[in-house]
Design a protein around this ligand. Structure first.
Ligand code: SF4
Length: 271
């Protein structure tokens, strides 16, 4: 019988995701529906469905966007070829690429210009990888098997928090969608630490059989999963009599990225 919940910290939304979601919300406020978004703005099914309800239209490529419309580029970044296609179609682009991803793009261009070969660790077909490869296609070699690639502060901190929490729990639930690389990685880190771990989109995916003989359940969330989902999962356990809920705090995060220029009102960023 579960008696205790332990929440990993930091978890959930990173500054890049926060900015990308707010960018679509601001674009909807400023321009009205529909606002087209190339690819899932962040890799979370709940976030995408919520924005769809509010008038966002997600497309796989800019060729599906009516000429002259607004199109938001997702947090994962796009290649120069995509920017070019958008311009060619007369689209008004709003770039929600995470600034840390843009930094990686700039470094790819820089080192390619200097004649270096770039080893890019990632998975073929993922938007992040396609975007970065597209910056220097002749100079980039994709490495798909490196397990320990850490791309930024948020993924590093969330993985460290999982490494700490596994010592305190019998089972870890990672809230995140199947296509979220960093969420899958949190599951891997927990399993490597010897703890049973499952990836769930929300509380409806919890299988009560997982909880047999389990006293302490850890909860964390990927960088694209909203905190509201953590509250829902905690609520699910509370409804089943779990009253002890604690947080295992790790690194303090105060990273904040300004919204893209195109959606800032009077050039002032909403906080
Ligand atoms: Fe940016 Fe890191 Fe968040 Fe990706 S996980 S959007 S690189 S802050």
């Amino acid at each position: 019988m579960v008696k205790r919940l332990v929440l990993a910290s930091p978890r959930g939304y990173c500054a890049g995701v926060e900015r990308a979601v707010e960018t679509v919300e601001r674009a909807l406020e400023l321009h009205g529906a529909p606002v087209y978004v190339r690819k899932q703005i962040v890799h979370n099914a709940h976030v995408v469905r919520d924005l769809e309800r509010r008038g966002a239209v997600f497309v796989d490529n800019v060729g599906e966007v009516p000429r002259g419309s607004n199109v938001v580029f997702s947090a994962h970044g796009v290649s120069p070829a995509v920017r070019h296609s958008a311009r060619f179609r007369g689209l008004r682009a709003i770039d929600a690429t995470c600034p840390l991803v843009s930094k990686v793009h700039a470094e790819a261009r820089h080192f390619a210009r200097l004649g270096y070969t770039i080893f890019l660790i990632g998975h073929a077909g993922h938007e992040e990888v396609d975007g970065t490869t597209g910056e220097a296609p002749q100079s980039t070699l994709l490495v798909e098997t490196a397990e320990q690639a850490e791309i930024c502060y948020a993924t590093t901190n969330r993985q460290r928090a999982v490494k700490r929490i596994v010592a305190a729990v019998d089972l870890l639930l990672v809230i995140g969608s199947r296509n979220s690389s960093n969420s899958n990685r949190l599951v891997d880190v927990a399993r490597a630490g010897g703890v049973v771990a499952y990836l769930i989109d929300d509380e409806s995916e919890i299988d009560e059989a997982w909880l047999d003989g389990v006293e302490s359940v850890g909860i964390t969330s990927g960088a694209s999963a909203p905190e509201s989902l953590v509250r829902r999962v905690v609520g699910w356990f509370r409804e089943r009599g779990v009253s002890q809920v604690e947080s295992l705090d790790g690194a303090f995060e105060d990273v904040f990225f300004k919204l893209p220029r195109e959606v800032r009102a009077d050039g002032v960023t909403r906080t």
